[in-house]
Write a protein that binds this ligand. Structure first.
Ligand code: AMP
Length: 636
């Protein structure tokens, strides 16, 4: 057995011993009495009886040894601001925010919804919640009022934290009007809103509800707010993710298990060391932002770069395709984390930009969120000359499921494969309908994880244990296993290859979207009778959404001008309700949609036709002419 295989085997055969050792990587106020309580599968309770705090582990425990060292490096190529906060300064800022939240009545277990651009105040807010035991729910700033409203209704936050505006490509994106509209749409109304005024867009404050954080902070300038010691199994946060229904799921995470999982991953997977700098180009609105912009690097005592901006614009707001590499050089970044889409954007820039900077500090580049295609992997690997490490995971897992654990053993990578199952994960490939395990190499099946899931993995769906069990653990007949809803194969050497989703979830530029959510938004248009949204392969974004609409008034099918107008209205509707990310790249009008005789929409057949593939077995199709029509539209 190789060193890593041995490490993995131990984590599976002796989870208590293995994770008790990993638990030493963080500070506990009270050490755990039991490492794992798996008595009620599929629920796994980690480090039972232990008390700890994420903010203490990310900030306070470093003060004695590295208080003056950089903790948070904020770079905004949108506003030209570049500012470093030491651990001491971060500590003060977090306490100030925590004091403001407490003054607004927030206590342990209360939810705080964070709808923020990539500014330091967003990280202060997350850490402040963790400090006082409030549950944060960060909603990606690119989501619009409709998406935000559903999340406010589900989370029922006492306070919402937001800002006047974000900025993208030097264009101001006002947040406050979107938030006001979301609160208007939501049946649940938060008691207070705490706002950062960046001076980018005018804000109208609602008397009695809205507060400026600058005003609040003035009265809490030197606040001392101790960390609340939380049970390991207490909730740290929820983060919403899309599934096959229109209703997003609040992925709920614990405190102690998450802290240990992140600390262990920083050591064994990312190989990041205290005093170094970590640069993740993600957004705090995604799980990568939670784990590897905010908590992971800070827990490891590393400085973390919080970057607001495009990969192609410099700090002087002029075009600069080398900005990321400039930052790697300047801050001596050792570990970098990004997404394949971002690399595909950079590929269009001058390749010489990769050679212009001193990148000798960089140990590895991690890419996740979507399949990493070989040409992109080769291009960046040749350009940087450091290992490119594909890692496969989900919002649900909180940290990589399949990758290469370089901190344990530098196993070779294979192009197209994220690698092997990580310690703590029992990953199997099962036959989609029989549930039988597929053990022969290269057999395609559903990628599943056996119980118990490791520390850091989602505890449940917020407020809905039944949905958690039903959605994730009951999809394979006869077996209680967690379905990733991804197709995969394992080769003869044990390397996994991920082949796309088994459900109606699509992945646009590394961001997960439910086609049902987009369909629901489109169906709300007065002139839409029926709609099908599918994800179609795209060279830059991986996938884009494409909508096929049956209009109520048929002239959109025959009249190009009417069609163009309706297409514009539908696109705007989706962008306004869900956000620009969800806007379909094209809307096509048809007189009928391909369905089975029992009325089930054949999305996979539509998708295959759009991608020029064979739609497979169509014996169940009710009206083959509908699919034929779609094919003609695509070819045209
Ligand atoms: P999210 O929860 O938004 O992170 O999306 C998770 C989904 O993204 C997974 O279920 C996969 O479909 C896809 N995904 C994430 N990372 C990878 C990867 N490295 N390779 C292939 N697909 C990935």
């Amino acid at each position: 057995m190789s060193r890593y295989e041995d490490f993995h085997a131990r984590s599976i055969e002796d989870p208590d011993g293995f994770w008790a050792e990993q638990a030493q990587l963080i500070d506990w106020q009270t050490p755990p009495k039991q490492i794992l309580d798996a008595s009620n599968p599929p629920f796994a309770n980690w480090f039972v009886g232990g008390t700890t705090n994420l903010c203490h582990n990310a900030v306070d425990r470093h003060l004695a040894t590295r208080g003056d060292q950089a903790a948070l490096i904020f770079v905004s190529t949108e506003t030209g601001v570049e500012k470093t906060f030491s651990f001491n300064e971060l500590h003060a800022e977090v306490q100030r925010t925590a004091a403001s939240l407490m003054a607004l009545g927030v206590g342990k277990g209360d939810r705080v919804l964070i709808y923020m651009p990539m500014i330091p105040e967003a990280a202060f807010a997350m850490l402040a919640c963790a400090r006082i035991g409030a549950v944060h729910c960060v909603v990606f700033g690119g989501f619009a009022s409709g998406s935000l409203a559903t999340r406010i209704e589900d989370a029922e936050p006492k306070v919402v934290i937001s800002a006047d505006a974000g900025s993208r490509g030097s264009k101001v994106v006002p947040y406050k009007p979107l938030l006001d509209e979301a609160i208007r749409l939501s049946k649940y109304k938060p008691a207070a809103v705490l706002l950062t005024d960046r001076g980018l867009a005018p804000m109208e404050l609602v008397a009695g509800r809205d507060h400026l954080d600058s005003d609040m902070a003035a009265s809490h300038r030197d606040a001392v707010v101790p960390c609340a010691w939380l049970a390991s199994t207490d909730i740290s946060y929820t983060i919403y993710t899309s599934g096959t229904t229109g209703k997003p799921k609040g992925v709920q995470r614990d405190t102690g298990g998450y802290a240990v999982a992140l600390a262990a991953s920083m050591k064994h997977i990312f190989d990041g060391r205290a005093g170094e700098t970590y640069f993740s180009t993600s957004d705090i609105g995604w799980v990568v932002g939670h784990s590897y912009i905010v908590y992971g690097p800070l827990i490891a005592g590393m400085a973390t770069i919080l970057y607001e901006g495009l990969p192609t614009q410099g700090i002087d707001q002029q075009p600069d395709g080398g900005i990321w590499w400039r930052l790697v050089e300047k801050y001596k970044v050792t570990v970098m984390f990004s997404a394949p889409t971002a690399v595909r954007v950079l590929k269009k820039q001058d390749p010489a930009l990769l050679k212009r900077y001193d990148l000798s500090s960089l140990r590895a580049l991690f890419l996740a969120g979507e399949p990493l295609d070989e040409p992109t992997a080769r291009w960046i690997s040749d350009g940087l000359g450091v290992p490119i490490i594909d890692n496969y995971w989900q919002t649900e897992s909180g940290w990589p499921i399949i990758t290469i654990a370089n901190g344990v053993e530098a196993k070779p990578s294979k192009f197209g494969s994220p690698g092997v199952p990580m310690y703590g994960y029992k990953v199997k490939i099962l036959h989609e309908s029989t549930g039988e395990e597929l053990t022969a190499p290269n057999e395609k099946g559903v990628v599943v994880i056996e119980s118990p899931t490791p520390p850091g993995f989602m505890q449940t769906i917020w407020k809905d244990d039944a949905r958690f069990v039903q959605t994730y653990w009951k999809s394979v007949p006869g077996k209680l296993v967690y379905s990733t809803f991804d197709w995969g194969i394992r080769d003869a050497d044990g390397y996994f290859f991920i082949l796309g989703r088994t459900d109606d979830v699509i992945n646009v530029a590394g961001h997960r979207l439910g086609t049902r959510e987009i369909e629901e938004s489109i169906s709300g248009h007065a002139n839409v009778a029926e709609v099908a949204v599918v994800g179609v392969a795209d060279a830059l974004k991986g996938q884009v959404a494409m909508a096929f609409v049956v209009p109520k008034a048929g002239d959109a099918v025959t009249d190009a001008d009417v069609a163009l107008k309706l297409e514009g209205e539908i696109m705007k509707r989706v962008a306004d309700q869900l956000g620009a990310l969800a806007r379909p790249s094209r809307v096509r009008f048809v007189t009928g949609l391909p369905k089975t005789r029992s009325g089930k929409l054949l999305r996979r057949a539509i998708q295959a036709v759009c991608e020029g593939r064979d739609p497979g077995d169509l014996t169940t199709i009710d009206d083959p002419a509908t699919l034929q029509k779609i094919k003609q539209l695509i070819v045209a």
